[in-house]
Design a protein around this ligand. Sequence first.
Ligand code: C2E
Ligand code: MG
Ligand code: MG
Ligand code: MG
Length: 291
Amino acid sequence: SAKAHGRNRFNYFTPAMQNDAQKRMQLVQDLKNAVLQGQFELYYQPIIEFSTDRVVKAEALIRWKHPTMGFVPPAEFIPIAEETGMIIEIGNWVFAEAVAQSAKWKKQFNMDIQISINKSPIQFRDETTDVNDWLSQMAELQVDAKNICIEITEGLLLEKEQNVEAKLLAYRDAGLEVSLDDFGTGYSSLSYLRKFSIDYLKIDKSFVNNLTPDSNDLSLCEAIIVMAHKLGIKVIAEGIETEQQRNLLEFAGCDYGQGYLFSPALCSDEFEQQFIRSVIKPMLLTDLVTH
Ligand code: C2E
Ligand code: MG
Ligand code: MG
Ligand code: MG
């Protein structure tokens, strides 16, 4: 009511807010411990190429196993990691882990699965992480640049600073690919697509959620796909949960799909079990037959 509202006008710090602030402080402290104690794990969500029905890529998604609270979703701790600067260290860990994984899949299974890594705008602004450090880590493990993709969000492209653009270019010059994530949800401006050359555009799952024939969302997806293709950009749809969504997107010319219809993000062992060994085994059998 207005009266209650008036009475609380100067009482900014309500008990509920105090509780929130305490929770946040605790989470910041726990996150510091998580970095020190290595409580993170990278999960991998398969990305399917529609034309071949094969898993050709995977998105690396961080998971935090909190000692008492269980899994804490990234949506809850990534923003805190960004605000406190911890995202730099976490992001460097994510990169190193993904590169090691890529090297392992190549060495053990001779598989070239491209791993996408989410990179926050803050990581681009940071002066301590050098593009060359990352490139030399890849060289050391003999990871082909094409097997690593960097996912950026539209917010990054708003940055005026020159070095954001320069860093992005340095990655691309080295042969890494770049995806524009969550397309359609940010400050999408077509001029960014002209200014920054990217390899993939990921249609945000909010456009895929309610995809039905004759829906406005389908018209939007179709338009995005046509536009991207005219610019030489391939399209990945995220958040595909039903066969109908997949079929509509595939028919609209979408190149790749990602979502629970295919698989959620899996730990690396599970990913290998389901998407690498099952592909490799028949090849090994035919090898045996022909020898
Ligand atoms: P994102 O990059 O857009 O990743 C896709 C999110 O959608 C993931 O959530 C994934 O699990 C979820 N998803 C995939 N398929 C479906 C589906 O069919 N239905 C629904 N409802 N959801 C689906 P997740 O893993 O919770 O990550 C959330 C966000 O946190 C990511 O969104 C990304 O922005 C951020 N994030 C995750 N890992 C990292 C990381 O290593 N570094 C940074 N900087 N951000 C990360
Ligand atoms: Mg992403
Ligand atoms: Mg995304
Ligand atoms: Mg998204």
